[in-house]
Design a protein around this ligand. Sequence first.
Ligand code: ADP
Length: 396
Amino acid sequence: MNNKSYLIINSGSSSLKFCLFIGDKAQADLTGIAERLSTAQAEISWQYQGEKSQVSLGEADHALALKKLFSVLTELNLFDSLSAIGHRVVHGGEYFKESALITPSVLNKIEACSALAPLHNPAAIVGINAVAEQLPDIAQVAVFDTAFHQTMPEHSFLYGLPYELYESQGIRKYGFHGTSHQYVAGKAIEVLGLDKNNSGVITAHLGNGCSISAVQNGLSVDTSMGFTPLEGVMMGTRSGDIDPSIHQFLADKLNLSLKEITDMLNKRSGLLGLSGSSNDMRTLSAKAADGDKQAALAIEVFAYRLAKSIASMVVGLNRFDALVFTGGIGENSFLVRGKVINHLAVLGFELDQNLNNQGGDTFGIITTPDSRKAIIVQTQEEWVIAQDTIRLTAQA
Ligand code: ADP
């Protein structure tokens, strides 16, 4: 039994989410978040053994929030067993095809990718440096959202743009949610008894952000998110794919700046934009059931665009064994799953209504015996980061 503990950190520009895994089990023992960092209302909250605690941090930044977290771990007698720290890093560019033990050269490369993820990578770097300052001897690991998709072939990651923009600016599809796609594809292959080396699955990670991925023999061969997480399927507040000429049209007609339009596409579109009321699928499903036509329309567009995108992903596969649903919507919304499967009838999918309503059979399967398989798999992103942290620090 491994009694060491591993802290997983997900730094955002004004927040720091964390969880602590003790030993080898997939369930985090302590979870929490430091929010509104670098404002006067900074606070940290955590949950341990069913008990929730919250402390105001004044004007704390990431470093002070970590200091408080380490003192909380000390008070709870959890600090001495702390063995390594894993960081979620959004962008690894073309440098990282897998997770990496953090060294000065790895940190330089993460920094070099900041131009590609200007909101996210600098936040991760702040977190990594703050840990290094306070606990200089602890091993740190970076786990990248993009790494899993580095196996995409050129014909799927290149855009139809002047090639020099790829060479000089790195304009290409990178893809995101890699840890989730990798984990749920692997789980589905295992649960369905597929031969990993001769398998094809499409994974649909549907949370606030949504993306799908074509996974051939356990490797990503295509994905819906692109240069940024804005591309692909419709999401909670992001539009997903649109005609790029809409930018110019809106700039001319409404006198909007590029930044205003990009903000609108990221923050006020998708489910929120179409429904006019919420980005939250649970709320929208309840509203639609109560007769709210805009909410119902938003769900219809979401499901149709998603199904269309899934169908197009099939092109990347040699065979198509199963469709995997995960994320808050994928795991919980029978409404969305049902609509998507019905749109995909032409690909041999047939929904088992009862199984779908009850969240799947014992394996998570929601289709009839004669259908191509669709299955629900709970994602475990933090646990994947913890496992890579354990593996890479054991080798160090
Ligand atoms: P994040 O990307 O922030 O991790 P989640 O994976 O938690 O997001 O997914 C959030 C989405 O899942 C929200 O749209 C939420 O309404 C939806 N969701 C969660 N539970 C349900 C449910 N029971 N029915 C429908 N949608 C749900």
